[in-house]
Design a protein around this ligand. Structure first.
Ligand SMILES: N[C@@H](CCC(=O)N[C@@H](CS)C(=O)NCC(=O)O)C(=O)O
Length: 211
């Protein structure tokens, strides 16, 4: 039996982060498409898995564990696979700092600007402008922080890189030019060179499937 089932939707950035982690760790997974358009994420069966009514959700059938929040799922998978968790507790905590920075400072700006450009949502002009400013502000900060380092934490890739990459990777769909952020582009190239890497178009299936 396949240990993990990922519940999500193809176009979801947070679901992509988890799909990327599963691919990079060489972990097979079943995939369950959650039809947000028909409201499947607000049905009782799904709310029993995720009280917030959002994707992604990861079911670990072996440990009878069901988790939501992409950053927490990455943290869990780092322990379960023994990969990308940092070399010690200090590195893990640094990675958690990055994940919370991404959730607080970066994700809304990039994901919402992308949603606007793809026609998923519409926003009043001032809100759209604030989203774009938040996105470019976070990219500028990230660029500065990557000035003298290859990876966000320590000397190798961790869940911090996978998490933040899973946000930055949507900049092109948000029509944000990464030209002014050369350190970000080089760091993204390092993530993309990791064995097992899949991009935003190829990490997730479009329909439910077994592993
Ligand atoms: N903080 C959450 C965000 C998840 C999220 O925003 N999921 C969106 C899809 S990308 C969703 O399920 N939206 C439906 C809703 O909120 O009703 C995570 O990182 O997992």
């Amino acid at each position: 039996m396949t240990r993990y089932t990922l519940h999500g939707i193809y176009a979801s950035g947070p679901t992509y982060k988890v799909g990327l982690m599963l691919h990079l760790t060489g972990t097979p997974f079943n995939y369950e498409h959650v039809d947000l358009r028909s409201g499947a994420h607000k049905a009782d069966a799904f709310l029993a898995k995720n009280r917030y009514g959002q994707v992604p959700v990861l079911d670990d059938h072996e440990k009878d564990m069901c988790l939501c929040q992409s950053s927490v799922i990455l943290d869990y998978l780092a322990d379960e696979t023994g990969q990308f968790g940092g070399k010690d507790r200090a590195e893990r905590l640094r990675a958690r700092e990055w994940q919370l920075w991404g959730a607080g400072q970066m994700s809304a700006g990039i994901y919402r600007t992308r949603a606007l450009k793809l026609g998923f949502f519409s926003f009043p002009e001032q809100v759209a402008e604030a989203n774009l400013n938040a996105a470019t502000g976070a990219l500028k900060e990230l660029n500065g922080l990557l000035d003298d380092r290859d990876w966000l934490v320590g000397r190798g890739a961790t869940i911090a890189d996978i998490d933040i990459y899973g946000i930055a990777a949507y900049a092109p769909q948000a029509q944000i030019d990464l030209g002014p952020y050369p350190h970000v582009r080089r760091w993204m190239g390092r993530v993309e060179a990791l064995p097992g890497f899949r991009n935003v178009d190829t990490a997730l299936p479009q329909a439910s499937r077994a592993a």
